[in-house]
Design a protein around this ligand. Structure first.
Ligand code: SAH
Ligand code: SF4
Length: 339
C-alpha cells in the first residue's frame, strides 16, 4: 500500500481526483499530516467518514520507530530509528545558540566508498523513501517537540544518488501546506555527482549546496573518493560554478583534514585557488576517527596552520570541530546498525 507521506502535494491532488474528490482535499490532508501530525485517517476531522474509510483502504500512514537516543558531551544528539523493514538509520541534532539543525540520512549505507567514511565502508543497502526522509524531521518536531530551524542532508548516504525521493522530500518539507521549511534553510551535501547537482539546480529552489571536496587535485581525490574517477575536478567544479551563478546561492566546500594525506602547505595553496575561483567558502573538518581506519587528524597546530594558509591565499575558511564524536555522531561516523 502506498504511504500517503510519499506523495507530494501535486501527486496527492491527482490521487484525490482519481477518488472523485476536489483538489482542496489534498491541502486538507497535507495540513492534517504535516501541521497536526495525524497518525491515522480517523484524525482527518473534516473528511466525511466514507472518505476516511476510502483513504484508509488506499493509503497507509507510516512512521519511524525510535530505537535509541545518544547524547554527546557537547549536547549533540543522535537518534537511531528503525524502519518498517527492520533497517536502521540515524539522524543527528546539532544545537547552537541560534539554530537547531537536524542532519538527515537519505540512504541505508552508501555505495560511493570514500575511504575515510563509515557509511561508505558499510556498503549500500537501499534508498530511503520520501516519507522516511521527512519522517526524521516529523519525529523530532512532533513527537519530541524540538523546534528545528535548519535541515542538512549530510547523514548516511549520498542524497544526489536518491534524487527522485530527495526531491519529493524537499518539496514536502518546503511546501507551506507541508512542513513550511524555507529552502534557504536546507543544505544538500554531495560527494560530487554532477548530474545530480544539475538536477538540483533545475528544481529552482534556493537550496544550499555543499560539495565534499577533500582534495585539491585529481590524483589525491581519486585515491580518497572513487567517484572522482567518474566526475573529475574540472567537471565537478564547473557544475558547482553553474549552480552558484544560475541559482544565486553560494557554494560551500567540505574538506576533511587527514594528516599526511591532504594537509600540506601546497594543498592549502591549491585549495585556496579553487575556493577563490568559485567564490565559495570552505569548512575544514578534522578527520573523525573510525574504528579500523588508519587515518588520523592533523595536530591542532597543523590544523590552524592549514586554516591560516587558506586565509592567506584569499579563501574564506572555517575550522569546524565536528560535533558528537564520543557517540559516533560526527561527520562520516554514521553507519546505522546491522539488523
Ligand atoms: N554523501 C554525502 C553526504 C554525507 S557525508 C557527502 O559525501 O557529501 C557528510 C560529510 O562527512 C561529507 O563531507 C563527508 O565527506 C564527511 N566525512 C565522511 N567521513 C568523515 C570522517 N571520518 N571524518 C570527517 N568527516 C567525514
Ligand atoms: Fe558516501 Fe558521503 Fe560517505 Fe562518501 S562521504 S562514502 S559519498 S556518505
Amino acid at each position: 500500500m502506498t504511504d500517503i507521506k510519499d506523495l507530494t502535494l501535486d501527486e496527492l491532488r491527482n490521487e484525490m481526483s482519481a477518488l472523485g474528490e476536489p483538489p482542496y482535499r489534498a491541502v486538507q490532508a497535507f495540513t492534517r499530516l504535516y501541521k497536526r501530525g495525524a497518525l491515522c485517517f480517523d484524525q482527518f476531522a473534516e473528511f466525511p467518514k466514507p472518505l476516511r474509510e476510502k483513504m484508509a483502504g488506499r493509503f497507509a500512514i507510516g512512521r519511524l520507530e525510535l530505537e535509541g537516543v545518544f547524547e554527546a558531551r557537547d549536547q549533540t544528539r543522535k537518534y537511531l530509528f528503525r524502519l518498517a523493514d527492520g533497517e536502521f538509520i540515524e539522524s543527528v541534532l546539532i544545537t547552537s545558540s541560534s539554530r537547531q539543525t537536524v542532519c538527515l540520512s537519505t540512504q541505508v549505507g552508501c555505495k560511493f566508498g570514500c575511504v575515510f567514511c563509515a557509511s561508505g565502508r558499510r556498503g549500500f543497502v537501499r534508498d530511503l523513501t520520501p516519507s522516511e526522509i521527512t519522517g526524521q524531521v516529523l519525529y523530532l518536531r512532533d513527537i519530541l517537540e524540538i523546534g528545528l530551524t535548519n535541515v542538512v542532508f549530510m547523514g548516511m548516504g549520498e542524497p544526489l544518488d536518491n534524487l527522485l525521493n530527495l526531491e519529493k522530500a524537499v518539496r514536502i518539507l518546503n511546501a507551506p501546506e507541508g512542513l513550511g521549511l524555507a529552502a534557504r534553510r536546507m543544505t544538500v551535501s554531495t560527494s560530487g555527482l554532477v548530474p545530480g547537482i544539475e538536477r538540483l539546480g533545475a528544481m529552482g529552489l534556493p537550496i544550499n549546496l555543499s560539495i565534499s571536496l577533500h582534495a585539491p587535485t585529481d590524483a589525491q581525490r581519486n585515491r580518497l573518493m572513487p567517484v572522482n574517477k567518474k566526475y573529475p575536478l574540472v567537471v565537478l567544479l564547473r557544475a558547482g560554478e553553474e549552480y552558484r551563478t544560475k541559482g544565486g546561492r553560494m557554494i560551500t566546500f567540505e574538506y576533511v583534514l587527514l594528516a599526511g594525506v591532504n594537509d600540506t602547505a601546497g594543498d592549502a595553496e591549491r585549495l585556496a585557488r579553487i575556493v577563490r575561483r568559485l567564490r565559495a567558502k570552505v569548512n575544514l573538518i578534522p578527520f573523525s576517527p573510525i574504528p579500523g581506519l588508519e587515518f588520523a587528524p592533523p595536530s591542532e597546530a597543523a590544523q590552524l596552520r592549514f586554516l591560516q594558509a587558506l586565509e592567506k591565499g584569499g579563501a574564506r575558511a572555517t575550522l569546524r570541530q565536528s560535533k558528537g564524536k564520543d557517540i559516533q555522531a560526527a561527520c562520516g561516523q554514521l553507519a546505522g546498525r546491522a539488523r
